[in-house]
Every structure is written in C-alpha cells, then in structure tokens.
Design a protein around this ligand. Sequence first.
Ligand code: NAD
Length: 485
Amino acid sequence: MTAYPALRMLIDGQWIETGEAGSMAVVNPATGATIGQCPKAGPAQLDAALKAADDAFAGWSHTPGAERYAILRRAADLLRERAPAIARIITAEMGKPHAQAVGEITGLADVTDFLGEEAKRKGGRLIPARGGQLIAQMVTHEPIGPSVLLTPWNFPVNLPGKKIAGALAAGCTAILKPAENTPASAQLLVECFVDAGLPKGVLNLVYGDPGPVSEHLIAAPATRKVSFTGSTAVGKQLGALAASHMKRFTPELGGHAPVIVSRHADLDRAVAMCAATKFRNAGQVCVSPTRFLVDKAIYDRFVAEFAEQAGKLKVGDPGADDSVDMGPLAHGRRIAAMEAVVADAGGNRGEVVTGGSAIQGIGSGGGFFFQPTVIANPAPDSRFMTEEPFGPIAGIVPYDTIEDAVRIANGLRYGLAAYAFSGDLDEAHYLGRALRAGMVGINQLIVSSPETPFGGVGDSGFGSEGGEEGYLAFTDTKLVMMARS
Ligand code: NAD
C-alpha cells in the first residue's frame, strides 16, 4: 500500500506545506473518505511562483536543447520506475483501476521522451532570399515564456505531464495548477522532473480554488502562454480572459465522440472494442466513444451484444481489488449528472437496455458508483445526444444510409474524436475524410501516440498537444532577415 503523501506546493525550488488561502480536503471517490488536506495558494504565493518562473526563464530558454533533453529523459525514466507507486495514488484520488493508471504513467514517459528529443531535433528553416543585398532569411522557433498549465482530474498525471514536457522541451518555464481532487498525482509527477535535475524555478506547482487562481495567473504580466484542458464552458471563459490580456491560449476541451458501425464492419470485433473502450476510466475520457451510430441491418445484434458485454463488467473499489474493470466516478456531482441524463433519455423515447442507476453498497458504501449504462435509440434532441455525458453511458442509434450516419455524427458543435468501423476500403476512406473532428480512428479506437498531435475542432478547442505540435505550441515564430553590410 502506498501512503498518501503530505501535500506541498513547489515555488522557486521550495516545497511549501502551508497555503495562504487555507486548505481543502481530498476525498477518495471509492469510499467517500477524506485522505488528505491540500494547501490553497493565495495571491502572494501565486506572485512568488510567477516571479520564480519569470526569473528562471532566461537561464532555461538558453540551456542547450541537448541538456533539456537529458533532464526530460531522466524524468521519463523516473516515471517508469515509480509508475506502480504513483498509480496507487491516482487510484485513491480519482478511482481509476491500477493497470489503467500504470498505463497512463508509462504512456506519459514515452511522450516525455519524444518531446525531449524534439528539443535536440527542432531547428528552424532557411528561406531563399530574393537577391539584391539580402543574403539570408531564417525562421526560428523561440520559447514563448512562462506558461500557465491548468489541468483536470481524469488523467491526473498524463495531462499535466504532456503540458510540462512540451513547455520544458521548448525552453519555457511553467506553473502547474492541477485539479482540486488530484493534487498528489500532480505532485508525484512534478517530483520526477525535480529529481531529474531541473533547476529551481523552472517548474512550479500551486493548488487552490480554480477560478481565482486561474484568473490571477492568466492576468499576470509574466505569463505568456496558457494551456487548459477541461470543460468547454470553462475553456471559453478562460480563453476570453487570455485574449483580453493578449496571451497565447491552447484549449483542449470536451467531446462527444461518434462511432459509426457500418454493415461492412467486422461486427464481433467492433462490439468487443467498443464495449471495452467505452467504460474505461468510467467513461470519463474526452475522446471516449459515446454516440454509437449503427446500420439498421445490424442494429439489434449490436445493441444486444454491446449491452451483454457492458452488463458483465466488474464494478468495484479499485483501491481494494486490482481486478475491477470500472471504478467510481470522480465525485458525487457526476452521479447526479448521470441520473439526469438517464431520466431525460427515458422520458424521450430512449430505452435503458442495461444499467441506468447509481450503485449502493460497494465497500464502505460512501463511494460514487454508477452502472455501465446502455441507452437504445435516444431521441436526437435528448440531453444524451446533445450534451457530453462524461460518464459510463453509451447511446446506440440506428441509421439508414452512411450519409445519414455522417450527418448525425457531425451534427454537434464538438469535434474532438470520431470513429468508424468498416471493412469496405472506399467507405473507410470516405469516413476518414467526412467525419468532422480533430482525430479520427478507423477500425480501432485509439487516437493518440507520443509522435502524433492530439486536439480538437469547434467547441472541443483548437491547437494540439503531443507530436511536434506539442513542442511548437510553446514557441513563437521568429524571422531574421540578413543583408550584406
Ligand atoms: P468542471 O468543469 O467543474 O471541472 C473540470 C476541471 O476544470 C476541474 O478539474 C477544475 O480544476 C477546472 N475548473 C473548474 N472551474 C474552473 C474555473 N472557473 N477556472 C479554471 N478552472 C476551472 O466539471 P466536472 O464536473 O469536474 O467534470 C465534468 C466536465 O468537465 C465535463 O463536462 C467534461 O467535459 C469536463 N472535463 C473535460 C476533460 C477533458 O479531458 N477534456 C477533463 C475533465 C473534465
């Protein structure tokens, strides 16, 4: 059993246990028990973190890329080494099963390696001069400056880690403000970078009330870049604030991913993949496959087999049993949100085929558990079909033609991930082109790897993390035009 750590902020290389704005309780969502007290930063502590990031920027941005790489590489190794222990803390804070938590951390280690390597690899470009006295036109990528990283709880190591690795690789310094309910996961992540040899002030960690802390950090003159992952509503608010201060902003927001299952798909394979992936992390994944659009010819079979597999999943306290498939939702208000979606779907001609209710009586009885839920034929204007559920609910809708399926899939303002299953090559290519999303998975449900960009369009945000885009997101483009003297 890994003990829950004492929670501390990191400001200018100092670990600080006392919050100027008091503290807040951290709760295990599988038991409802308080497992820690988290300090909350006040304005003076936030200003100290901003000053530290600003002061450290000159040194870090001029540190050779090969040296930045070496530190990121060591941090990646530490993440791999510590993954089993850090994973226990992820599970305690937000309820993810241990194996999924280990995968989250080792996946981040690979991303950190890749982005570190970009620090050695990324040059600029030379553009031929038009002649005359002009002899060179050089384009370079310069680190933007101190960056504010605001992250949610659903991947409490991977999401902050991707932002940290991108910022540090590019030569930026950073202040991380993780989600209120997952501070220790972020702290253990930050410790890997510190123990890898990061100079003081380059990476700072603060906790606190998300509204006031984010507003203070974004408005501060030292801040040059803001990277946010979370809900669309909060993303729009923070984006407006960043724009009013002319700060670069990358929003990674919610999604409501459609999955088209064609009559040409390998049905058994599609059902098995969809049912397994939908309920990972209790459906609390921004790219979770959620709106299943299935050809009428195979609809009844798909619904029956999907519901059967969903009904077999083992739900339980992942802190007490490593074999559970699905843990609790991250907090109590998510249960109320799921109940509202189910009630609305039922009143809207949809049929709850399996699940649909909170589960009482697991472990101590204080946890936030909800059944894996399948709704058949939810109405087009139901809450399920129009709002991101962000939980263990799948909806399955029959379609007549592949064009109808694409129209339904593209019908929302979200555009993060979209998926399709089809064994017909022409149709698969058509779907890859026609689906409006930042990322499309064909005949599989994975849309991220260390080398590829991750991001959405429309209400799901803009810009990317991961891949070379994840490095370039923390740089400004600079042109030097040189003439003979
Ligand atoms: P929420 O919007 O209250 O909180 C989500 C996260 O945003 C929190 O972790 C918090 O740290 C941050 N946040 C909240 N209010 C903020 C503010 N005013 N300023 C700055 N940051 C703020 O929602 P919730 O009930 O915790 O989670 C469900 C919703 O959050 C869903 O709608 C989902 O889209 C979104 N979400 C998305 C992701 C993602 O990866 N895209 C991750 C987590 C949550």
